[in-house]
Ligand binder design. Structure first.
Ligand code: ATP
Ligand code: MG
Length: 183
């Protein structure tokens, strides 16, 4: 599975609709300080369901919406869409047969978030379920930020175990068991 395209509009500094193509397995993003490189990572975490504003470097969830600049007025909503190439079948279940999977999130000023999977409205839960066990996800190890290496090295055993279980692909089954047991 590979992330091939990121589409942003109204998200942080990406006020105008912007499409980023990631044509190969390695893509570098370069630019001066404050140009929006980290905002792209925030966007990826955000679509996959991150719900803690602090993890997106903001105070409230609507802080991801473009808040205006000296030249531009604020906008009313933010959207980000990720397109994954799933031709290797990493994503299993209902979406296994789709060669391309699109995941989208929209938030408006009233704080309402909506999620879409291949264009159809879905729950946040459907998105997190989709990525569970793939190593992707809002807090998974596939996004390594500054400071995270030492965080993993210094992690408590329980936290380390969580990462190992995700890598081994068993977190999905544990989550389902927990769900069944709580019914
Ligand atoms: P560095 O090289 O210093 O890490 P960077 O390229 O990672 O920089 P970012 O942190 O991605 O930069 O971008 C910061 C910029 O995004 C700032 O100019 C900030 O004003 C802008 N920004 C963040 N949130 C919003 C928002 N909601 N509305 C408008 N602009 C925003
Ligand atoms: Mg940065």
């Amino acid at each position: 599975m590979r992330l091939t395209t990121i589409k942003l509009a109204g998200f942080k500094s990406f006020v105008d609709p912007t499409t980023l193509h990631l044509p190969t397995n390695m893509t570098g993003v370069v630019g001066p300080n404050g140009c929006g490189k980290s905002n792209i990572i925030d966007a990826i975490r955000w679509v996959m369901g991150e719900s803690a504003a602090s993890r997106l470097r903001g105070d409230s969830l609507t802080d991801v919406i473009f808040s205006g600049s000296s030249a531009r007025k604020p906008v009313g909503q933010a959207t980000v869409e990720l397109i994954f190439d799933n031709s290797d079948g990493t994503i299993q279940g209902e979406y296994a047969t789709y060669a391309e999977i699109s995941v989208k999130r929209l938030v408006s000023r009233d704080g309402q978030s909506s999620y879409y999977l291949n264009g159809a409205r879905c729950r946040r839960r459907d998105i997190t379920d989709l990525f569970l066990g793939t190593g992707l996800g809002p807090r998974s190890y596939s996004i390594i930020e500054q400071g995270m290496i030492s965080q993993i090295i210094e992690a408590a055993p329980e936290e380390l175990r969580m990462h190992l279980e995700e890598a081994a692909g068993i977190s999905k089954y544990k989550e389902r068991r927990k769900e069944t047991e709580s019914r």
